[in-house]
Design a protein around this ligand. Structure first.
Ligand code: C5P
Length: 208
């Protein structure tokens, strides 16, 4: 059983993916962390973000069991991750790792941008989680402020929109809705409501 959850930044897909995985007893991989981990390693060593060979070599050393969400959630790492995510060779390497993770029994929930389209096109269930740019910015701003990070709604929204545009425009693995994905717009939902809606979608696919 593989559940693919795609969507733009701050759409709530990460929280949803974690809860869905726990509910169905599946393993979970936040694929954004794999791009972030490569970006963080390059930044830490002062290496250029545009060098594909260096990025691929870094990805080959990645250990999926040791991705530290707290460290990798830093804003500058997210920005660098979105910049290196355009490199086709890097995507190929990370997709290979992500697929291997998905294939291990009993299955997994993967969240990202290209799970339903590229990484796991045969996933059992595909969800595309989205929310309006204003709502996503509101959530991300509140999250940052709760961690004591200074952030304004305007700068966060501008940031998210820039990242969305880059993710949607790249030629390899762009953010897009798979033909057979179920759209879940969480603009008007709290996490509990979104979780129940997602479980209903998965249960319905299974009942067929
Ligand atoms: O989801 P998160 O914000 O952690 O992802 C960081 C960046 O990694 C995204 O902006 C995107 O460019 C890239 N990414 C990707 N494909 C994925 C997951 C993330 O290109 N499957």
């Amino acid at each position: 059983m593989i559940i693919a959850i795609d969507g733009p930044a701050a759409s709530g897909k990460g929280t949803l993916a974690r809860r869905i995985a726990a509910h169905f007893g599946l393993r979970h991989l936040d694929t954004g962390l794999t791009y972030r981990a490569v970006a963080a390693a390059l930044l830490a060593r002062g290496l250029p973000l545009g060098d594909e060979a260096v990025a691929v070599a870094t990805a080959r050393n990645l250990d999926l069991a040791h991705l530290d969400r707290d460290v990798l959630s830093a804003h500058e790492i997210g920005e660098a991750a979105s910049r290196i995510a355009v490199l086709p060779g890097l995507r190929q390497e990370l997709v290979r790792l992500q697929r291997a993770f998905a294939m291990e029994p009993p299955g997994a929930v993967l969240d990202g941008r290209d799970i339903g389209t590229v990484v796991c096109p045969d996933a059992t269930v595909k969800l595309f989680c989205t929310a309006s740019a204003q709502e996503r910015a509101r959530r991300r701003t509140a999250e940052l402020q709760s961690k004591g990070v200074e952030a304004t709604l305007e700068t966060v929204q501008a940031d998210l929109e820039r990242r969305d545009a880059r993710d949607a425009a790249r030629t390899v693995g762009p953010l897009k809705l798979a033909d057979d994905a179920h759209l879940l717009d969480t603009s008007e939902m709290d996490i509990e409501t979104a979780f129940k809606a997602a479980v209903d979608i998965v249960d319905n696919v299974y009942a067929r």
